[in-house]
Design a protein around this ligand. Structure first.
Ligand code: ADP
Length: 393
């Protein structure tokens, strides 16, 4: 976990630098396109303007040659027609419209550029600027989306690797601790003659250690089965009320008096579901065990059983450590545990909720978690499809 920050930061920095380089490149490309189209417009404007000069030259030469050959000079209308025929973009106007307009000889008027070709050129320029900008934007969006997808995938893989590493150290710890404690208690029992009540106390502690080991091994086996698709459920109609009551009572006893601060709020209505009682008990036991592990004082855990429409729901809510908004969607991921293996106070493997989700999904149900934030407790809701009462057919 200590490696987490540098790994992710390095990845983020690379991603940022690459995105920045890409944006600069695309910006530069758009700039080149705009400059090119500006240059093209300028060249075309020059060419158009040259038309005026050429028209003036043609008209003046015609006039001079008629003087030279002493023939009749062309009429004003003939000169205009000749200009219109040879230079369609040039107009003859009585007064100059711009500083560049040329005066025809013999006061025949002024040569000016018609506005239409200039407007068309300007439109063409905007068109090419718009095209460059949209193509550039499309390129940025396409490449950035690719990067984001790649980044996400990479982040997920790193996160999984990290969780796996945490899991290995958590399992090692979870196995070592009860085994070491069992060893000490066994040695104590064999090497010391102890009063009966002390032996009784040691038996209780040994039982707790064995329960812990059994729960861990059971969870590991169930997860392995769920992953290989060999987790077989024996589904049968089950009335939830009495069953849930006994699962909660057993768990309350197992965890010890006051460990849960358990309150049951069951609707009096009978609720039937199609379930594997053993697998569903694992779900409730894991949720209650978490409510106990992540509890804060005063301990208060409420189990609610109710129904709405076609669903039955079991809610396990506690007033414990709660979950932050960013951790909520991740708690059902395999190996996920909040915080850091070095700073975590509570033992665990990050498999309990993964297993809960697997089992509930296999019952065609859903499990959700809600929390108002760290320190404000959380509520896990298991929704299962409701069955009609067996006698209702
Ligand atoms: P484990 O408890 O073995 O770590 P779980 O899969 O049961 O694994 O839970 C995953 C993580 O979700 C826990 O490590 C804990 O951080 C968080 N979590 C689960 N239940 C609760 C709860 N009732 N209150 C606060 N956090 C919880």
């Amino acid at each position: 976990m200590t490696n987490r920050v540098p790994t992710f930061s390095l990845q983020r920095i690379i991603f940022l630098v690459v995105s920045l380089v890409l944006c600069v490149q695309v910006g530069w490309w758009i700039n080149v396109q705009i400059r090119e189209s500006g240059r093209l417009l300028q060249a075309r404007t020059q060419a158009l303007k040259a038309n005026c000069a050429q028209a003036w030259q043609m008209d003046s030469l015609n006039l001079l040659s008629s003087i030279h050959t002493r023939s009749d000079p062309a009429s004003l209308e003939q000169r205009r027609q000749a200009i219109r025929q040879n230079f369609p973009h040039v107009a003859v106007v009585p007064a100059p419209l711009s500083r560049d307009d040329l005066a025809l000889l013999n006061g025949a008027g002024y040569l000016t550029l018609r506005p239409e070709p200039m407007i068309e050129l300007e439109n063409q320029r905007w068109h090419s600027v718009f095209r460059a900008a949209t193509e550039g934007a499309f390129m940025v969006v396409a490449v950035l989306s690719g990067f984001v997808l790649l980044y996400r995938k990479l982040e997920q893989e790193l996160d999984l690797k990290l969780r796996q590493r945490n899991f290995t150290s958590a399992v090692t710890h979870e196995l070592k601790t009860p085994i070491a404690s069992l060893k000490v208690w066994t040695e104590t029992l064999f090497t010391h003659s102890l009063p009966d009540e002390q032996k009784e106390r040691i038996h209780g502690l040994m039982e707790k250690d064995l329960d812990r080991l059994q729960e861990l091994v059971g969870n590991l086996l169930d997860v392995a089965r769920a992953e290989s698709g060999s987790l077989v459920l024996h589904l049968a109609p089950l009335e939830l009320g009495p069953w849930l009551h006994s699962v909660c009572d057993n768990m309350d006893q197992r965890l010890g008096p006051g460990a849960l601060g358990l309150k049951l709020e069951f609707s009096p209505e009978p609720f039937w579901v199609s379930a594997d009682p053993k697998a569903l008990a694992t779900v409730v036991e894991n949720l209650l065990s978490n409510a106990c592990k992540y509890a804060t004082e005063p301990r208060e855990t409420t189990v609610t059983l109710d129904g709405d429409g076609d669903d039955v729901f079991i809610v396990v809510s506690d007033q414990g450590q709660g979950l932050s908004h960013k951790d909520l969607p991740r708690v059902f991921h395999r190996f996920f545990r909040v915080g850091d293996e070095l700073t975590r106070q509570v033992a665990g493997t990050g498999l309990g909720l993964f297993l809960v989700k697997e089992i509930v999904t296999r019952h065609r149900g859903k499990v959700d978690v809600a929390s108002r934030g760290p320190g404000l407790g959380c509520a896990f809701t298991v929704r299962l499809p409701r069955l009609p009462r067996p006698e209702d057919g």
